[in-house]
Design a protein around this ligand. Structure first.
Ligand code: ADP
Ligand code: ADP
Length: 237
């Protein structure tokens, strides 16, 4: 089923056009990889899906981005609803300077998904389990998130993103700051998370796209020059 529909999307930073007439359908409960050389617009495109470009004053956008049939840029679409539907994981793990528990429970509490302590505890455990981190942290939930290793911090950030039960998780080069073992762990995790979430991930790494992605979109100079089933895209004729 369709999760995200993008039609005739154009984006400029001042006078420089960074996205050119993008048209793409992203499917639910799949991993889609966005690949292509540095500077071709992958991160810019990702920021169109959660409206983070709104924070950049020089940005001008035209075109349609729909999520589950709702226009993401419609005036009535409230920011809070969007934040609940779309989680984001960045290249560098960026836990809040708070406890592991607080990193995961903060957003669900703010969104009134949970208020009772017991419900919060349960949600924190579930998110940490889904992020494959529970066994490693269950005895130290009150320790700072920043005390964990890089790979664990990134899984904590994934737990934080999924704790609000979004439909979509955006990942911007989620493994490029990690060692090979942590990278493999996150790749395995993506494979499991797609049972519950639609995942859109940016990567430079073709091998990673081939390993994790169901669909791959190849960006070049602000355009999507190929979009296909990953197996078809990487098959050698
Ligand atoms: P990628 O993620 O593929 O490396 P980006 O989306 O970061 O590419 O960048 C696409 C183009 O937009 C580049 O030419 C980049 O210089 C430009 N760009 C990105 N962010 C900004 C910004 N905040 N202001 C101006 N130009 C930007
Ligand atoms: P609508 O109000 O568009 O008829 P709903 O009752 O389903 O549809 O949605 C209620 C509100 O939730 C919408 O007005 C919108 O602000 C928000 N919303 C719905 N879908 C999304 C979405 N995919 N992303 C962000 N916000 C959404």
């Amino acid at each position: 089923d369709l999760s995200i529909r993008v039609r005739d999307l154009n984006l400029w930073y001042g006078k420089n056009q960074a996205l050119k007439n993008l048209n793409i359908d992203l499917f639910q409960k799949n991993v889609t990889a966005l690949i292509g050389p540095s500077g071709c617009g992958k991160s810019t495109f990702l920021r169109c899906l959660n409206r983070m470009n709104d924070l950049i004053p020089t940005v001008h956008t035209e075109g349609l981005v729909e999520m589950d049939g709702h226009d993401v840029n419609a005036k009535k679409m409230d920011e809070v609803a969007l934040r609940r539907r779309v989680g984001m994981v960045f290249q560098k793990p960026n836990p809040f300077p708070k406890s592991i528990y607080e990193n995961v429970s903060y957003a669900p509490r703010m969104h009134d998904i949970v208020s009772r302590k017991a419900d919060q505890d349960e949600l924190v455990e579930q998110a940490l389990r889904d992020a494959g981190l529970w066994n490693e942290v269950k005895d130290k939930l009150q320790e700072p998130g920043t005390s964990l290793s890089g790979g664990q911090q990134q899984r904590l950030c994934i737990a934080r993103a999924i704790a609000v039960q979004p439909d979509v998780i955006l990942m911007d080069e989620p493994t490029s700051a990690l060692d090979p073992i942590s990278t493999a762990t996150i790749e395995d995790l993506m494979d499991r998370l797609k049972e519950k979430f639609t995942i859109v991930t940016v990567t430079h790494n073709m091998q990673q796209a081939a390993r994790v992605a169901d669909y791959t979109a190849f960006f070049h100079l602000g355009e999507i020059i190929e979009y296909n089933d990953t197996k078809v895209m990487f098959s050698t004729p």
